[in-house]
Design a protein around this ligand. Structure first.
Ligand code: NDP
Length: 241
């Protein structure tokens, strides 16, 4: 029987590429999103992948959303915690709502999604939890104390949970993408992108969402059973950790 995967933020950007890659490899995929109904409808129409709307920042909404997915597709075998946002500001100008929104989505969202699916994975003695962190969680980035803190937290979560569940057949890994060509990055001023960001990337270009998706597919596979607590960098050589 096909394994079931939930991809949070799975209708746009990196998440959409992950959803498609998993579906092409034979997984039953549920793509979650937060509010952009138009993008989700277009994605579903183009891919045939079912979409589910709830915010990963809301624990009860995650519990209910996961139940809906399990009623439709069966127990969740693979969870890809990909949903993420930025609310950039230099720290002296950062408002509490900018801090809280990012922590609630990027870090608390990981707890809110993993906590309800984890007992089933433990019981069935098989699971894959794949967390999309960021190069800026590894190295820190000016203007992103909130985002860098949330993404560094994702790595700590990954390493701790990996130790707890190694013996029950559940692996937990993180992927740290560098700058990937999605709307999140395209929103950066083009001059800043071309003159300040791309020159920092030794391969000389932005990454493609599919390049992250292929890492996810590998970590979701049987072949990756001995890899847990790892952080895989996909950043074009921008940073070595
Ligand atoms: P996009 O902005 O292109 O897409 C974000 C997706 O997340 C959308 O589907 C969005 O839903 C969803 N989302 C946002 N907030 C929530 C929420 N509260 N609940 C559920 N879904 C939510 O992002 P990217 O594809 O660029 O980024 C994906 C992940 O990769 C993020 O975690 C990001 O931090 C990380 N990353 C990205 C990099 C990049 O260069 N792009 C670099 C390093 C890490 P909706 O469509 O409804 O808004």
């Amino acid at each position: 029987m096909a394994r079931v995967a939930i991809v949070t933020g799975g209708t746009r950007g990196i998440g959409a590429a992950i959803s498609k890659e998993l579906k092409a490899a034979g997984f039953e995929v549920a793509a979650n999103y937060a509010g952009n109904d138009e993008a989700a409808a277009k994605f579903s129409e183009e891919t045939g992948i079912k979409t589910y709307k709830w915010s990963v920042a809301d624990y009860d909404a995650c519990v209910n959303g996961i139940k809906l997915v399990e009623d439709d597709l069966g127990p969740v075998d693979v969870l890809v915690n990909n949903a993420g946002i930025t609310r950039d500001a230099m720290f002296h100008r950062m408002r509490p709502d900018q801090w809280n929104d990012v922590i609630n989505t990027n870090l608390n969202g990981m707890f809110n999604m993993t906590h309800p699916v984890y007992p089933g994975m433990r019981e069935r003695k098989w699971g894959r939890i794949i967390n999309i962190s960021s190069v800026n969680g590894q190295k820190g980035q000016a203007g992103q104390t909130n985002y860098s803190a949330s993404k560094a937290g994702d790595i700590g979560f990954t390493r701790a949970l990996a130790q707890e569940c190694a013996r029950v057949g559940v692996t937990v890994n993180a992927i740290c993408p560098g700058y990937i060509a999605t709307e999140m990055v395209r929103a950066i001023d083009e001059k800043v992108l071309n003159e300040r960001i791309i020159p920092q990337i030794p391969v000389g270009r932005l990454g493609e969402p599919e390049e992250v998706a292929r890492c996810v597919l590998f970590l979701a596979s049987e072949d990756a059973g001995f890899i847990t607590g790892a952080t895989i960098s996909a950043n074009g050589g921008q940073f070595f950790s």
